[in-house]
Every structure is written in structure tokens, then in C-alpha cells.
Design a protein around this ligand. Structure first.
Ligand code: AGP
Length: 610
């Protein structure tokens, strides 16, 4: 979490830094700050509580001039969101630091530095880096060497940028556990947490590796590995669109991204299902060889990505005949687990930087998983670089904190993975053709679902004064109910839970009354009659229901039940189709409640701390 931008240039950089922060705001938006070195070697800094917009306003009123600078948008970990806890943190008016991550031994370092006479102004863990660099500089011949000595004393995770007001020519950056990317310009160079921040100024990037420390000046970039040896991290041009961060005609990114799903899925399918056949190379070199030996799949993910993995388990076991487990990354990484023979470790992550998922992948390699595959939306991200195989979803940049198009394109990737593995487990050519057909029909089907938006907007009125909601589904619609509940709670702040409908009678039925709306996802499938019995259990207890169902499922509206007709679709893709109405429902409820849809409170898009 937290977004970092830095620049060394001849021109004034404050505007570049603030534009970069706006593009990184998905990483956190509790406070923002910038510091530059002016021509007189003075450190000038402005910080504001709240979003980058507040900082932008402050800088419009009182601009900062300087060609070397650093900036930060914060997602609070240590110390409440406040101006004093905002980055950059400054030591002795000379050393300024921005940091992403958590310094786990900050208490011990704080006491040590206090003993040396350093006064702490904030409650953050970051401030220890600032004073430690200042302290180490007293016995070092350069800022680079002071930072190298400093990072050796840090435990935890950091992506950090350090500057010294007495040295206008250099920024020192260090990475361990939190991503940093160097952007190469003409006579100017940059650093950021993510390439998105720097797209207005460059398309040429190199990624720092774990343990790297680098010195960035206007004309040079010198990178040193964990042992202090000079290394080259190859710079590559990227072809990401400059404007992928624009909202266009839409009121919110989340709505734009919801409507982009047919296109995102078309893009994710394109070139991968050639003449009705899946191109296995889409997963990377040697994919077929790896899939051939797979006898078990272990999926690891967090949040929405975890829900897509849950759907994949149904697909893998039913369609491919391969056993599959799924676990939340933060649990998997801290327990001893059994590694079944010939297991494929599959991680799922929109960002490719989620700290728990990355740690789980690293652990999996240590404990004996032979091969790994990531389903990811961000090329070059840590999970992509550290996995053997990768399926890149082509959702395009997802800015809204609430994941929409990333989720449905993950499902598309997972269904293709099911085909790729199923091929080696007796999945028939007919079944492959049926899945292919189903996938090809998806974009048009989603266009039909999006046409339901205005009736779902009307429905949202019923939820605006509610404090709780229950989502029900069965089979592969159970994870979709979970995803619907997550969306509602995340952006409307209404408490929502999801249950496999058969579980109702084991406890949650006690919650049912007129104040607890019950949302049911009910396509016609093998479980529909079972689900209908569960619906009757709710009805008998005076519950109010909202049933998303196709005409074949045969539900009818009455006083206690509103039926929202979803277009009939093939059963295989039904989890994807039924996701969209729930995304729209939570969006319109949030609009009525007046919450911050794209940047809901307390959250961030990319969770790079554990
Ligand atoms: C859901 O809307 C959230 N954005 C969140 O649950 C997210 O899916 C989770 O943090 C995992 O992120 P990742 O896909 O980038 O790993």
C-alpha cells in the first residue's frame, strides 16, 4: 500500500510528482505529501491530510520549486491518518524519506535513535529510516552508503526513497518486499511504486529486485544487489496506454470498469481460442509439459481473487476431474501444509503485488511445489516475475478499489486453465468445444445483463435504509454470493454476509426478519430445486427476498419476493454472468448512500503489507 513517486530533473518536478500520486491513489488515500530540493539546497515540503486533491490545492496556492523531489500517498499502518504522520518524513532539515511497507523492528530502532538524541515527531515506523540515514551519514562517504547501512538494520518490508537537501543530483532508492520501478527519461529519471504513475513522462522502465539499492541521477542509474554488487536490471519499453487512468463519461471508475467487462473479456479471449482450440502457450513456455503432470491444484489468493479461485475449484473438479484446494493466502503462509504429489500452485491476483499472496508463493516453492502459475492483470508485477507460468488477464487498468472486470477476466482465465489441465485428464473434445462456445458467447451475454442497470438502480432504493444483508447461493454460485456480499459491504458499508443456502438452517436463519434483505443468485441448474426449498425457509420466517434468476428457474414476484430476470445462459459461464447484477446492485446502493465508491474508507487497491 502507499504510493511513492520521485524525480531527478532539470525542470520543476512538483507537478509531475502530484500527477503521479493521483495515478497511485488506488494504493492509499489517507494523506499525501511532497518534498523538493530548491536551487539553494533547501528542503521544501507540503503535506495534507486526505486525498491528493487536497495536496494539489495547497500546491496551487503555494507552489514548490525544485528539480529533485519525492512524494507519497499514504494508507495508514502505524499512526493515525494525520498531517504529522504524512510522508515525507524529515530528519534535521536535510534527509527526507518516503516509504511503503512496514518496519517491524521500528520500536527497537526508535529507542536506539532516541538514545542518540533524535526527536520523533510522528507515530510512524517510517520516521526511524529518516533518522537512521541521518545518523549513518555521519560515518559514511555518501548517501548511497548510508542507505545501504540503514537497510541492513531494517526488518520487515520497504520500498523507500531517500534524498538529502545538500545533494540535488541524486535520489537513493531501496526495495525489499514493496515494489519499485525506475522510469528512464531524457536527461531526467524517475522512481515510483508502479509504472502507472510515470506514464505521462516515460514508457521505459526497469524493476528493482528484492534487496536492490539504487542511485538515481539525471543521466545515470546505478543499481546494487543485496550484496552491494553492481547489477543491471534490464530496461524495457511498455505499450500501456497513457490514458488508461481516465474516467471518461462515467461518474465513477467502478461503473466504467463494470461496463468494460464485455470488452475486457473479449480482449482476454482474443488470440487464445484459435479456431475453437485453446492455445496452451498463452500460459507461458513449457505450459503443456507442466499441465501434463498436474494431479492436484492448490489455489491461493485474497479477497475477490479468492472468490474467483473458489469458482475454479468447482470447474477443476467437475470439468477437468482434478482435485483442487483453495486457501486464503494469509492463512496458508502461516501454517504447515501438506503438499500433494504433482501439485500445481496457482495464485490469483489483480495487482500481482499482494503481500500475502506473494509470500504464499515463495513459501510454496520452499515446501516443495514443483510449479506455479499466476492469473494476473499486471504484466511485470512480482507474482508474474516469480511464477513459472502466467495467464495475463487483459482487463486493462482497474482503478476502482472494488474489483469488477479483474474478477470476471480472472474467471475467464481460470476456465481456460481448466480446459488446459482437463485435456490431460480425459476432458473430451466435445466438452472443450462446449466450453469454448460458452466463453465466446460471454461478451454478448454480459451486454444483455448490463441492460438491466436501470431496474437494478430502482431496486437499490430498498437497501439504502438497511444495515444488513444476506446473500445466498449454491454450488458455483456460492462464491458469487460471497463476492456480492463483499462488494456491498466494501462500497456501501452495509454489513453483508454470504451463505451456501443449505447452511441457512444451521444458524443464520435466526437472523431473518423484514430488516434483513436476502439476495439469492438462482440460475436454473441442477441445484435449483434445493435452492427453492431454502428460499421457502426464508419466506416462512417473514424474510424479504431479491432473487436474481433466469426465466427457466421459474420464480415469480410477490409481496415478499422480487425477481430480477437475468438472461438465460449456459451453465458453465453462469457464475460470470450472475456477478454483474450484484456489482450493479452494490454500486447503486453506494450511490444512494453517498459513499466514496472508488475509494471506500479504510481500504486501498493494492495491499502490499501483510
Ligand atoms: C475487492 O473488491 C478488493 N479489491 C480486494 O478484495 C482484492 O481482491 C484483494 O485485496 C486482492 O487483491 P489482488 O487481486 O490484487 O491480489
Amino acid at each position: 500500500m502507499c504510493g511513492i513517486v520521485g524525480a531527478v530533473a532539470q525542470r520543476d518536478v512538483a507537478d509531475i510528482l502530484v500527477e503521479g500520486l493521483k495515478r497511485l491513489e488506488y494504493r492509499g488515500y489517507d494523506s499525501a505529501g511532497v518534498a523538493v530540493i530548491n536551487k539553494k539546497n533547501e528542503l521544501l515540503s507540503t503535506k495534507r491530510l486526505g486525498k491528493v486533491q487536497e495536496l494539489d490545492q495547497a500546491l496551487t496556492e503555494a507552489p514548490l520549486a525544485g528539480g529533485t523531489g519525492i512524494a507519497h500517498t499514504r494508507w495508514a499502518t502505524h499512526g493515525a491518518p494525520s498531517e504529522v504522520n504524512a510522508h515525507p518524513h524529515i530528519s534535521s532539515n536535510t534527509i527526507a524519506v518516503v516509504h511503503n511497507g512496514i518496519i517491524e523492528n521500528h520500536q527497537a530502532l526508535r529507542s536506539q535513535l532516541q538514545g542518540l538524541g533524535y526527536e520523533f515527531l510522528s507515530q510512524t515506523d517510517t520516521e526511524v529510516i529518516t533518522h537512521l540515514v541521518h545518523h549513518e551519514l555521519k560515518t559514511s562517504d555518501s548517501l548511497l552508503s548510508a542507505v545501504q547501512k540503514t537497510v541492513k538494520q531494517l526488518e520487515g518490508a520497504y520500498g523507500t526513497v531517500v534524498m538529502d537537501s545538500r545533494d540535488q543530483d541524486n535520489l537513493i532508492v531501496a526495495r525489499s518486499g514493496s515494489p519499485l520501478v525506475i522510469g528512464y527519461g531524457l536527461g531526467e529519471n524517475f522512481i515510483a511504486s508502479d509504472i502507472m504513475a510515470l506514464l505521462p513522462v516515460t514508457r521505459k522502465f526497469s524493476y528493482l529486485e528484492e534487496g536492490d539499492v539504487a542511485q538515481i541521477s539525471r543521466f545515470d542509474v546505478n543499481i546494487f544487489d543485496i550484496d552491494g554488487k553492481p547489477v543491471i536490471r534490464e530496461a524495457k519499453e511498455v505499450s500501456v496506454s497513457h490514458d488508461s487512468g481516465d474516467k471518461g463519461e462515467y461518474r465513477h471508475y467502478m461503473l466504467k470498469e463494470t461496463y468494460e467487462q464485455p470488452t475486457a473479456i473479449r480482449n482476454s479471449l482474443e488470440g487464445r481460442l484459435v479456431a475453437g482450440k485453446l492455445d496452451i502457450n498463452t500460459f507461458g513456455d513449457g505450459a503443456d509439459e507442466i499441465f501434463k503432470n498436474v494431479e492436484h491444484v492448490q489455489i491461493i489468493a485474497c479477497g475477490t481473487s479468492y472468490h474467483s479461485g473458489m469458482v475454479a475449484r468447482y470447474w477443476l473438479e467437475e470439468l477437468a476431474g482434478v482435485s483442487c484446494n483453495i486457501e486464503i493466502a494469509s492463512e496458508f503462509r502461516y501454517r504447515k501444509s501438506f503438499v500433494p504429489k504433482n501439485s500445481l500452485l496457482v495464485t490469483i491476483s489483480q495487482s500481482g503485488e499482494t503481500a500475502d499472496t506473494l509470500a504464499a508463493l515463495r513459501l510454496a516453492k520452499e515446501i516443495g511445489y514443483q510449479s506455479s502459475l499466476v492469473i494476473c492483470n499486471v504484466p511485470g508485477s512480482s507474482l508474474v516475475r516469480e511464477s513459472d507460468l502466467a495467464f495475463m488477464t487483459k482487463a486493462g487498468a482497474e482503478i476502482g478499489v472494488a474489483s469488477t472486470k479483474a474478477f470476471t477476466t480472472q474467471l475467464v482465465g481460470l476456465l481456460m486453465m481448466t480446459m488446459a489441465i482437463g485435456k490431460h485428464h480425459g476432458m473430451s473434445a466435445d466438452k472443450q468445444a462446449e466450453i469454448t462456445q460458452s466463453l465466446m458467447s460471454l461478451p454478448a451475454k454480459l451486454d444483455e445483463v448490463l441492460a438491466l442497470a436501470s431496474s437494478i438502480e430502482d431496486l437499490a432504493e430498498d437497501f439504502a435504509d438497511k444495515n444488513h444483508a444476506l446473500f445466498l447461493g449454491r454450488g458455483d454460485q456460492y462464491p458469487i454470493a460471497m463476492e456480492g456480499a463483499l462488494k456491498l459491504k466494501e462500497i456501501s458499508y452495509i454489513h453483508a454476509e454470504a451463505y451456501a443456502a443449505g447452511e441457512l438452517k444451521h444458524g443464520p436463519l435466526a437472523l431473518i426478519d423484514a430488516e434483513m434483505p436476502v439476495i439469492v443468485v438462482a440460475p436454473k441448474n441442477d441445484l435449483i430445486e434445493k435452492l427453492k426449498s431454502n428460499v421457502e425457509e426464508v419466506r416462512a420466517r417473514g424474510g424479504l427476498m431479491y432473487v436474481f434468476a433466469d426465466s427457466d428457474a421459474n420464480f415469480s414476484s410477490d409481496d415478499t419476493c422480487k425477481v430480477i430476470n437475468v438472461p438465460v445462459c449456459d451453465g458453465i459461464i453462469a457464475p460470470i454472468v450472475y456477478t454483474l447484477p450484484l456489482q450493479l446492485l452494490s454500486y447503486y446502493v453506494a450511490i444512494i448512500k453517498g459513499t466514496d465508491v472508488d475509494q471506500p474508507r479504510n481500504l486501498a487497491k493494492s495491499v502490499t503489507v501483510e
